[in-house]
Design a protein around this ligand. Structure first.
Ligand code: CP
Length: 322
C-alpha cells in the first residue's frame, strides 16, 4: 500500500479514461483547470508546485497538441519534463512497450504521459509501473484530457454542460476523442448525438447513451455544440466512403449544414484538421463561432490541473510498491 494519503476528492493514481469518473471528479478537474487558464495568460506563467517531480512523455504515435501541452504544463508547474523520442529509442531494436515502461519506471519518474496506437495498451502499462500514468490517447479507446479540455471550453463559453445538445460528427468509429467526450458529456448531463455515415459508426453505440443520425442537417437541428472529428485514414483498411469529395458533400461542415444548428452554436474540432474534408476552411476559421484555437489554449491548463492532482497522489519513489 502507498504510504502517502490520496486525495479524497480525486482518489485515483492514474487518468486512463473518462469512463467511470464521477460528476464531482470531473468538476474538480475542470475547476482546477480554470485557475491555470488565467495563469497561462500572465507574463510569468511559472510556479514551483511540481518542483523536483519528473514527467516523461512517451508517445508512440505522432502528436502536436497533446505532447507539446503536456511538456508546457509540466514545465510551467516547475517539473522536469523529458520527451522520450520513440523513433530513436530502443523500441527500434525491438524492446517491448512493457519493457520500455519498466525501464523508464526504474528512473523514478512521477508521471508518464503515454500515447499508443493500441486500445488498452496504456492500462496494461499502468499495471507495471509505480508512478502515475496519463492516457494521451490509446487506439480508438479514450483520450481523456481531450474530453476535459473540450468540456472546459464549452463550459467557459456556455456557462454549463448540463442540458446542452452536442453533436459529434464524422469518423466516430475510429475516434477516441468521441468516446471520451460521450462519457464526459453524458456524465455531466448533456445530450449527445453522433452524426456519421453508417460505415463510420461503431455497432451498438446507442448503448453509450447517444442518438445516432446519418444526415447532417437532421442531426444538427437545434444543437448548441458542433464537434467535428478528423477522418482517421491512417486507421482505415478498405473503403469506408466512396470519395473524399462525396464525404465532404454529405458530412463536411459548411455554412449551409451549420445553419441547422442554433445560431450561437459553437464549432469545435480536436485537431489536426483535414480542411475541405470534414470541415470547410471558412467555418473552421470563423473566430466568431469556431473555438478551435481556444481548445488548444485550454488544453495546457487542463494538463496542468491533471498533473497537479495526480502528482499529489504519488508518494516518493522510496515509498512506492513494485
Ligand atoms: N487533439 C490531439 O490529440 O491532437 P494531437 O494529435 O496533435 O496531439
Amino acid at each position: 500500500m502507498s504510504k502517502a494519503p490520496k486525495s479524497t476528492a480525486f482518489p485515483h493514481r492514474h487518468l486512463l479514461g473518462i469512463e467511470g469518473l464521477s460528476p464531482d471528479e470531473i468538476s474538480l478537474l475542470l475547476d482546477r483547470s480554470e485557475k491555470y487558464v488565467e495563469q497561462n495568460r500572465k507574463a510569468d506563467k511559472k510556479q514551483a508546485t511540481l518542483r523536483g517531480r519528473t514527467i516523461i512523455n512517451l508517445f508512440f504515435e505522432p502528436s502536436t497538441r497533446t505532447q507539446t501541452s503536456f511538456e508546457l504544463a509540466g514545465k510551467r508547474l516547475g517539473a522536469d519534463v523529458i520527451n522520450m523520442s520513440v523513433a530513436t529509442s530502443s523500441v527500434r531494436k525491438g524492446e517491448t512497450l512493457i519493457d520500455t515502461a519498466m525501464t523508464l519506471n526504474a528512473m523514478h519518474p512521477d508521471v508518464l504521459a503515454v500515447r499508443h496506437p493500441d486500445s488498452g495498451a496504456i492500462k496494461l502499462l499502468s499495471d507495471k509501473v509505480n508512478c502515475a500514468v496519463i492516457n494521451g490517447g490509446d487506439g480508438t479507446h479514450e483520450h481523456p484530457t481531450q474530453a476535459l479540455l473540450d468540456a472546459l471550453t464549452i463550459r467557459r463559453r456556455k456557462g454549463r454542460l448540463e442540458g446542452l445538445l452536442v453533436a459529434i460528427c464524422g469518423d466516430v468509429l475510429h475516434s477516441r476523442v468521441a468516446r471520451s467526450n460521450i462519457h464526459l458529456l453524458n456524465t455531466m448531463g448533456a445530450r449527445v448525438r453522433v452524426i456519421a455515415p453508417r460505415t463510420l459508426v461503431p455497432s451498438s453505440i446507442e448503448r453509450l447513451g447517444v442518438e445516432v443520425f446519418h444526415d447532417m442537417r437532421a442531426g444538427l437541428q437545434d444543437c448548441d455544440i458542433v464537434m467535428m472529428l478528423r477522418l482517421q485514414s491512417e486507421r482505415m483498411q478498405g473503403n469506408f466512403f466512396p470519395s473524399v469529395r462525396e464525404y465532404f458533400h454529405f458530412f463536411g461542415l459548411d455554412y449551409e449544414k451549420l445553419a441547422a444548428a442554433k445560431p450561437d452554436a459553437l464549432i469545435m474540432h480536436p485537431g489536426p484538421m483535414n480542411r475541405g474534408v470534414e470541415i470547410d476552411s471558412l467555418v473552421a476559421d470563423d473566430f466568431g463561432r469556431s473555438v478551435i484555437r481556444e481548445q488548444v489554449e485550454i488544453g495546457v491548463a487542463v494538463r496542468m490541473a491533471v498533473l497537479e492532482i495526480l502528482s499529489a497522489n504519488i508518494p516518493p519513489p522510496a515509498d512506492r510498491n513494485l
